[in-house]
Design a binder for this molecule. Sequence first.
Ligand code: NAP
Ligand code: ZN
Ligand code: ZN
Length: 349
Amino acid sequence: MTTVKAYGAFDSKKPLAPLTIERRDLKEHDVHVEIMYCGVCHSDIHTVRNEWSGNTKYPVVPGHEIIGLVKAVGNGVTKFTVGQTVGVGVMVDSCRKCKSCIDRHEQYCAEGIIGTYNAIERDGSGMITYGGYSKEIITDENYVLNIKETENLVGVAPLLCAGITTYSPLKFAQVKEGMKVAVVGLGGLGHMAVKFAVAFGAEVTVISTSASKQADAQKLGAHHFVLSSTPNALKPYDSKFDIVLDAISADHDYTGYLNLLGLNGKLLVVGLPEHQPKVHPFALIKNRRSIIGSMIGGIDETQEMLDFCHEKKIYSEVETIPMSYINEAYERMIKGDIKYRFVIDLSSL
Ligand code: NAP
Ligand code: ZN
Ligand code: ZN
């Protein structure tokens, strides 16, 4: 076992605080990663605050947008060598034998994924997984990503969750030139969705509750901006879009956003608020609309997205913070006061 410095939460009400955790001994196919950066996802907050059906196992060490350097590899590792820059995203294992795993959609594993944090390892050890708010992680090479980028590593970290979570559904919906895409919720996920939809050639509209984000939306490449916080603001956009991508972290209803979809339009749901949203069936049957949920992406697709971003120079817009700033960062995220992803510099821990 290796004792590692980390930051975590001991219950849903207290601020995150320093702690030490144990990382397992290096197994045959393990990669030992010294963590440089870790992005801060709203899922970290949902988990710390136990907002998802009370499933949080305390103490929890969040963080699943990890960039680091390989420090050591197990005897059987073939994909990575010491000194290489790598990434670890939202999952660190899955059953590897169900249809989803074999088809490389491991995120939909029939037995459920092993999350990078707040999960129990599959190896029978009973160990709880701890995420990237820590100095080091030891994990299986098959769930580790290769990072080609050398310059802007801090801007790459959020791709491991915010990036793949928006890339995957936009690809699935075959977003391309000539399509009208609306992105609702311009946060960590939303701003990546804008960048990808623009890169795929779509006409992109940001729908936001924050007037202060209008100029940014344009800088991110969006063609239009709609402020949704006034009554009837969305009315003129009835049936106007092919795709609406919902990246909202707070409770809300789907009906208003479904109404924005034209014939065969799709509401791509990635935001995961605490409570169930309302859906009016009339909003669904009109224009034969559908709601499609999407969870991160498979390992191959994540690698494809990272390589695509490297080639097109697509990065997340980030504010780099020391580990000790995490509690303020959470408060600011909840207020929507972040443009657009906090990334922790682990050298500060
Ligand atoms: P974030 O950076 O905090 O952004 C959330 C955005 O939601 C905010 O910027 C804000 O955008 C909007 N928003 C907040 N409160 C709102 C309200 N009351 N009404 C309407 N809009 C509101 O969060 P994130 O990290 O992007 O994560 C977004 C959601 O996706 C979270 O629920 C997270 O758990 C989930 N998630 C899902 C997956 C998946 O696999 N499906 C993966 C990662 C994260 P505006 O200021 O523009 O209104
Ligand atoms: Zn995430
Ligand atoms: Zn599986």
